[in-house]
Each structure stands twice: as C-alpha cells, then as structure tokens.
Design a protein around this ligand. Structure first.
Ligand code: TRP
Length: 442
C-alpha cells in the first residue's frame, strides 16, 4: 500500500507535463543526463532519508521533526523542514491545480472530437484560445480543486490508492500507444537524439538547478509529503527497495512521455522549447490522427487527471496531518480551508497566462514563473538539503541503521553514507552557489 500511494504521489504532472517541457526548454541531451544523475545521486538517497524520518516519527512532518530533534538533542529549529513543507504544499497545489485543470478540459475536448485530423497549427490555436480564456481556466481549476477537496475531506484516499493498481498500468499502455504512433510518424529518431545527445554546450547554470529542483519535484521529495506517507509505512517493509522501485517507475514514465512527445514535435515541425503548453499541443495531434484516437485520447487525459489527483492529495498531506494532529480538526474543515486558499492563490497562475501576462513579480517572472521558481528551485532543494543533513549528521546513527536495514553489506553502506553525508548536501549547495554566482556575476 505504501508503494502504491507513493507511486501515486510521485507519478503526476511532473512526469508527463513538466519533464518534457523543461527538457525542451533546456535543449534536451545534457539536461536529461544531469536530471538522471540528480535522481540517482540526490533524489533517491534523500527520499530514503525522508521516508525513514517519517516512519521513525510516526506523526505529521512538523511534529515528527520536533520529536526527532528532541531525541537527537538538537535544536527545535529543525521543525522548519515541516513548516516549510506545509507552506510549500499551498504554493505548489495552487498552480498544480490550474495545470491539472488543463488536462481535465482536454478530456472534454478529446471526447468531443475537437482534434480529429488536427495538425500542429490547429492544436496550437486550440491551446492558445484556451489560455486566453480566464473564465474557462478558472472553471477547470475550480473543478479539479473541488475533486481534490472532496477526496481529501472524505478521506477516501485509500480507495483511490487501490485504483492506482489499475490506472498506472493503463497509463503505461497509453504511453506505449503514443510511442508507437511516434515511432511510425517519422520523428522518433530525431526526438530520441534530442533527448540523448551529448550537447553540453547547451546546458546553463539555471538548467542544472532546474534539473535538481525537478528531481525533487517529480519524486515528491523535499517538503514532507513522502515523510507523511512514510509515517503510515509498516515497520517490516524495506525502505531501500520500496524507494528504488518508486524512483525507477517514476523515471520510466518521464522518459517514455518525453520520447513520445519529442517524436511528435519533430514529426510535425513544432518547437521543443514551446514551454508549459508542450504536452497540450503535441499529444492531441497524435490522437487526432490515429485509429480509435478519440477513445485513446480521452482515456489518456482521464489518466493524466487521475495521476494529478493522486499527487495533489499528497501535496496537502503535510498540512492536513498537522492540522488534524494539532487542533484535532475535522478533515472536512481542513480540506475546505486548504482548498480555498490554494484556489485563490491559483488565480494568480490563471491570470499570468492572459490578463497578467505582462505583470512581472520579480525580474522577468510572471506570477506562475515566480511560484514555480520559489517552490521548485528554492524550497524543494533547501528542504532536501536539510533532510539529508539532519538524517546524516544529527539523527543517531543507530536509528538510521535500524530503519534502513540496507541489504548488501559494507559496500552498500559506504555508498549510502557517501551519498547522504557528502554528495546530496554538497550537490545541492554547489548548485545553489553556482546559480547565485551566475546570477550576480553573469
Ligand atoms: N511528484 C508529483 C509530480 O510529479 C508532484 C508532487 C506530489 C509533489 N507531491 C509533491 C511535488 C510534494 C513536490 C512535493 O507530479
């Protein structure tokens, strides 16, 4: 059950929507390599750390960090990890819901046959028209948020997790259908070499930070979401093998989505660096031009929406668990309050694609860019750094060993120690420092 829930949390818009578009924006190739290294060397070790903290603490992330800090005779300041995670959840869910609303709208468009026979220009025009319509965006943002509130409030989360057993393989099948289409469309080879070429000259400092931040985002690591799930994990389940499985599955989904989307990009002469709309201007072309496309396309966006729901409920879990624990609050009340705040914050993202497109919060960043930047590039890496340092340097080693029970003897133990003590913290610090340096000195 833990693995199902964690896979539900990890696999979401991050894999299907975000990974392909940021890969496109960063020129593919080298960016993908850096992303994979970040997953393996930083994301997965920090995820193990986060899960073990949760299972040791068995409370909401805020109280887990408090009690573990007490046990380690360390400062209560470590509860910052929990507070930052709860706050981060609001910020992330606000825009996550808007984009999930796009997927929900595409269920409707697909089912209505809008894209039958569509080419790149038609798909692009449909998406632009949608973005230019704040009313429609707000409507679907509201609908997605309502679904999330309902599920979180009613606490039917576990029923949903059972459904993941069926939906996830189905999502794989549909990504396979897309890949098959891509393979026959004439763009596959070019898409493949875009994703796996050795083009280091294209990589920027900001691109490296983006890859690192996304590694955290796609694994749901760095803000206590996986810690909260870890608190429900039975003590006899192996953390290393569960986390490894989640990491591999999550990465496979992202790579498959990327390969399918870039094949469509190159077969239709589209722009890989198109931006956040990439998923929505490519996939409809494929389903618009294949047999049973209306059925497959509708199902595809249903599954994307479902994947987004199972991620969204994990994004609010740290705040939810804390409110229930601390104030003995009713799930419904917390869910409503959370939902309303995120809904209002989400309006900023909605308008940043139309009415407020020229409103720059910091530098050139729109409201959406700014929220994305603060959560992805600042809060998640910082949270991950603190989790790594706390686990490796503060928490008594006995506790860590008892929780992890690493298989493979001494070599694996050394590998773990090196990754969590040195590679993960220094990696995050180095990327932060490098980016700041470039920011100030060009
Ligand atoms: N991992 C999810 C995705 O890829 C998003 C997500 C769920 C998340 N829970 C999170 C991101 C916690 C950061 C923190 O879509």
């Amino acid at each position: 059950m833990f693995v199902l829930a964690a896979v539900g949390s990890a696999v979401g818009l991050g894999n299907i929507w975000r990974f392909p578009y940021i890969t496109g924006e960063n020129g593919g190739g080298a960016f993908v390599v850096v992303y994979l290294v970040c997953i393996a060397a930083v994301g997965i070790p920090v995820m193990m750390a986060e899960v073990l903290l949760g299972r040791q603490g068995r409370q909401s992330p805020i109280n887990t960090m408090r009690s573990l800090a007490r046990r380690s005779k360390a400062s209560q300041g470590w509860s910052l990890i929990g507070w930052m995670g709860a706050l981060g959840g609001f910020l992330i869910l606000s825009y996550y819901s808007v984009v999930a609303g796009w997927a929900l709208y595409y269920v409707y468009l697909m089912a209505g046959g809008t894209f039958v026979g569509a080419d790149g220009a038609a798909a692009g025009a449909a998406f632009d028209a949608f973005l230019a319509n704040p009313g429609l965006l707000v409507g679907f943002h509201t609908l997605f948020m309502a679904i999330t509130i309902f599920i979180v409030g009613a606490g039917v989360v576990s029923g949903l997790e059972r459904a993941i057993r069926w939906f996830m393989p189905l999502l794989f099948v549909l990504l396979g259908v897309l890949l098959l289409y891509g393979a026959t469309s004439g763009g596959f080879a070019e898409g493949f070499s875009f994703m796996f070429s050795w083009n280091w000259e294209q990589l920027t400092a900001e691109g490296v930070l983006e890859a690192l931040g996304h590694a955290f985002f796609t694994l749901s690591v760095g803000m206590g979401a996986i810690m909260a799930y870890g608190s429900y994990m039975p003590s006899n389940t192996s953390i290393p093998s569960a986390v490894l499985m989640i990491g591999v599955l999550d990465t496979v989904v992202a790579i498959a989505a990327g390969l399918a989307i870039f094949a469509i990009v190159f077969a239709n002469g589209l722009e890989p660096g198109e931006g956040p709309g990439l998923l929505f201007v490519t996939v409809p072309i494929a389903f618009g031009n294949m047999a049973l496309g209306v059925l497959f396309g509708t199902l595809f966006f249903v599954l994307v929406t479902f994947a987004a729901v199972t991620s969204a409920i994990s994004i609010v879990e740290p705040a939810m668990a804390f409110a229930v624990e601390r104030f003995n609050a009713k799930r419904w009340h917390v869910a409503f309050l959370l939902g309303i705040v995120c809904w209002i914050l989400g309006l900023g993202t909605v308008f940043s694609f139309n009415a407020w497109a020229d409103l720059h919060i910091v530098g050139e960043m729109t409201f959406f860019d700014f929220f994305d930047f603060v959560t992805q590039k600042v809060m998640l890496p910082l949270g991950g750094l603190l989790i790594a340092v706390f686990t490796a340097w503060v928490l008594p080693k006995k506790i860590v060993q008892a929780q992890l029970k690493l298989p493979g003897g001494r070599p694996v133990e050394v590998l773990w120690e090196v990754l969590i003590r040195v590679v993960a913290p220094l990696g995050v610090l180095a990327v932060f420092g490098y980016t700041l340096y470039h920011f100030f000195f060009g």
